[in-house]
Design a protein around this ligand. Structure first.
Ligand SMILES: Nc1ncnc2c1ncn2[C@@H]1O[C@H](COP(=O)(O)OP(=O)(O)OP(=O)(O)O)[C@@H](O)[C@H]1O
Length: 204
């Protein structure tokens, strides 16, 4: 399943942030999004994942194919680690949670309430959810926040395994992950500020 973005203009809070974006993500490949704080990477990922509409342009190939991991881990604190994974597995129709536990070395924490995990452990649990979704396109917003060096390697290994199975990944990150993949610097797509003539002076 390929993802295509064509002539995409996106906005946050009603203000255009990026315009003229065009790229394709094909099976087996990763694309790394780069750009300074506030440029619009999260906004782009939210738009690709269908969490907000574009101002104009199209995203194709995103119907029920995307697993999105944003800044929030989305874990249920009163459930244990294994209960969280079983919940997601039931939502996505997956079978065993063992591959997800193993990918992020969570077996020893399986019976701990998720609310009692450290920040990095919570992030590992949040990322392990991707494994049980079975979705081919992972859309990830700064996935390595709170992870130590070993856990970053676990994450990179999990992405490599996903790509090896024909999946793909679109990842916004400020760090080097050691992954093969295209790099898309979104800086050149920064939306131009509106011309002064575009302002509605009626309120003055
Ligand atoms: N809820 C909101 N309402 C209005 N503006 C917002 C909102 N959320 C973010 N913004 C603004 O939209 C712009 C793009 O933000 P976005 O989070 O997409 O940037 P980013 O490239 O992901 O940044 P970072 O690298 O810091 O995560 C920023 O100027 C930000 O201040």
């Amino acid at each position: 399943m390929s993802l295509s973005v064509t002539d995409l203009t996106i906005a946050r809070g009603g203000v255009p942030v990026l315009e003229g974006l065009r790229f394709a993500l094909t099976p087996g490949h990763a694309m790394i999004l780069r750009g300074p704080n506030g440029i619009g990477k999260t906004t782009l990922l939210r738009t690709v994942a269908g969490l907000q509409p574009p101002v104009s342009g199209t995203v194709t190939g995103a119907d029920d194919t995307i697993a999105y991991a944003g800044h929030s881990d989305g874990i249920k604190p009163t459930l244990t680690v294994s209960e969280n994974l079983r919940f997601w597995a039931s939502v996505f129709g997956a079978g065993s949670i063992e591959p997800a536990l193993n990918a992020y070395d969570l077996a020893g924490l399986a019976d701990r309430h998720a609310g009692n995990l450290s920040a990095g452990q919570k992030r590992r649990l949040g990322l392990s959810r991707l494994v049980v979704t079975g979705r081919p396109i992972w859309v990830l917003d700064e996935p390595t926040v709170s992870l130590d060096v070993k856990a970053v390697e676990m994450f990179a290994d999990a992405v490599r395994a996903h790509l090896g199975q024909g999946g793909s990944a679109l990842i916004a990150t400020h760090i080097k992950l050691g992954l093969e993949g295209d790099v898309l610097d979104v800086g050149p797509f920064k939306a131009k500020p509106p011309e002064i003539d575009d302002f509605d002076g009626g309120f003055l």
